[in-house]
Design a binder for this molecule. Sequence first.
Ligand code: IPE
Ligand code: MG
Length: 209
Amino acid sequence: MDGNGRWAKRKHLPRTEGHTEGEENLARLVRVAVTRNVGWLTVFGFSTENWVRPRTEVRHILGLHKKLFGRVAELNELNVRIQWMGRPFDSPEARTPKYVQRAIRKAIADTATNTGMVLTVAFDYGSHAEMVHAARAAAAEGTIDQASIARNLYLPALPPVDVMVRTSGELRVSNFMLWQSVGTEVYFTDRPWPEFDGHELDNALALLA
Ligand code: IPE
Ligand code: MG
């Protein structure tokens, strides 16, 4: 969900306002995605690399994830099941603070029986960390091959990515779902994340038609 900072800058607002608007936009987009019969929506909320940002910005983003995982009533109304992926809370490298862990656990439990769209939020996530995690687990099982890596990813039930969206004019690949995105279509847009709306989602989905 890239471009929150640039969106804010353009409006002469502090970066934190961009993140706040980005979170609101995710809530809006989840609603739209449900009407488009999207089965799996996975968003990159915070990466393993993002912790080096200024403390106040990180704290603001953490608060927004608590807010996001607190949207249980909305998710239930939409029959959406929420998931999280990132460095496991009990791993030595994990950085997710306890209060965000609690919000994540509660949201997962409180939406567990929903049967509609699956919304996966990647937080303290990086593809490299995920692949190291999967390789270690596969090695512990005794076989490192494609199948054993695949079943030891953070969320092995996630299907391969059909379409990846890159917002805010970024034409680079990021540290997001690299294992899962072989052959994936990529939708590039100049719009920053806070302005990624239903029309944009339709453009991205049109790549699959
Ligand atoms: C995305 O917006 C939010 C996070 C990575 C947490 P950015 O903060 O990366 O916004 P830009 O790239 O500075 O515009
Ligand atoms: Mg960015």
